[in-house]
Design a protein around this ligand. Sequence first.
Ligand code: PLP
Length: 410
Amino acid sequence: MATINDNYLKLKAGYLFPEIARRVSAYAAENPDAPIIKLGIGDVTEPLPAACRDAIIEATHEMGDRATFKGYGPEQGYLWLRDKIAQHDFQSRGCEIDASEIFISDGSKCDCGNILDIFGKDNRIAVTDPVYPVYVDTNVMAGHTGEANEGKYEGLVYLPITADNNFSAEIPQKKVDLIYLCFPNNPTGATATKEHLQAWVDYAKQHDSLILFDAAYEAFITDPDLPHSIYEIEGAKDCAIEFRSFSKNAGFTGTRCAFTVVPQNLMGKASDGSEVKLWQLWNRRQATKFNGVSYIVQRGAEAVYSEAGQEQTKELISFYLENAKIVREQLTAANIKVYGGTNAPYVWVKTPNGLSSWDFFDKLLLNCNVVGTPGSGFGAAGEGYFRISAFNSRENVNEAMKRITEKFKP
Ligand SMILES: *Cc1c(COP(=O)(O)O)cnc(C)c1O
């Protein structure tokens, strides 16, 4: 019999979302007419921007014509897309990133996991608490942790993000080699200032560490003083990889396109002590294990950078941010403390009356027929918090907030 990767057995059985689904379907089975509204999932609800849809249709016609048909594309992505990304997302903000450093992919979730292919087994790894579960689970699968103990895996360094530190990831005292940061943050909706990221970059350079920066939600930043990319921070090109995605800015969660930035001058250490370019390893990894994103989808992503695409994605973002504003205002009026939701599509709710995350979940489900996500599911420090997503129709958000304010109004 073939043996298995035992590390998978350490995973805490994908606890969070299946448990939510279980409680919701149990309730729905007993109350088949309950008008349940789901504000729990981190998926978009609005359709693709027209500019992207039209570009996808045009590209589909090209693929159906012998004269314009395309087979395998470059594994790193088409240069016309990488050029536009480098110009619009980086050079226009003063970051010296060029097209060769952009790797197009089918998702940031995949890239966050796949990047571990190029790193050794003995790195000290830090994650925030609460955290996007993908960073942790992929490290568990790769054998970089011990067993789970009270919501934490042995061997990982957890950096709390709580009201006590104003929702910024606390810089560790000891040296770590790899650090996952996500700003604007999922799940807390918190943002990082230039000063905070500068402190991280300074730490990384001082300790020879590498920052894995997830900027999937950068398009939700409305405050002009907040950085969109870690490369806006001096020195970051020497110590950071950045993950970006078209999922949340242009509604590509079901269409699939993202990219990872690996600067040419980033180095890693081989076991013989020599230094190797991380770019070279990632390029080799992608060329061997990945065959690129479809031509059709890359044309759709390119349209994000057209004039119409820019306008339409801005509208999408404003729509979700207005939802987040409604959630913030209504919950505040009901005397519930909220965080985030101004530069991010997530509102991080302090559960009222000291309720646990799951008790508040049950209360909302039973009394209001509203589903959210218990903060404790994102890490031990998320206990006592609750995530509400702004990804929904205006009608559903208004209705859900009406039910909650009626129930909780002081
Ligand atoms: C949604 C999300 C992404 C995007 O993932 P894709 O695979 O590109 O859809 C990345 N990081 C975080 C934290 C997210 O919430």
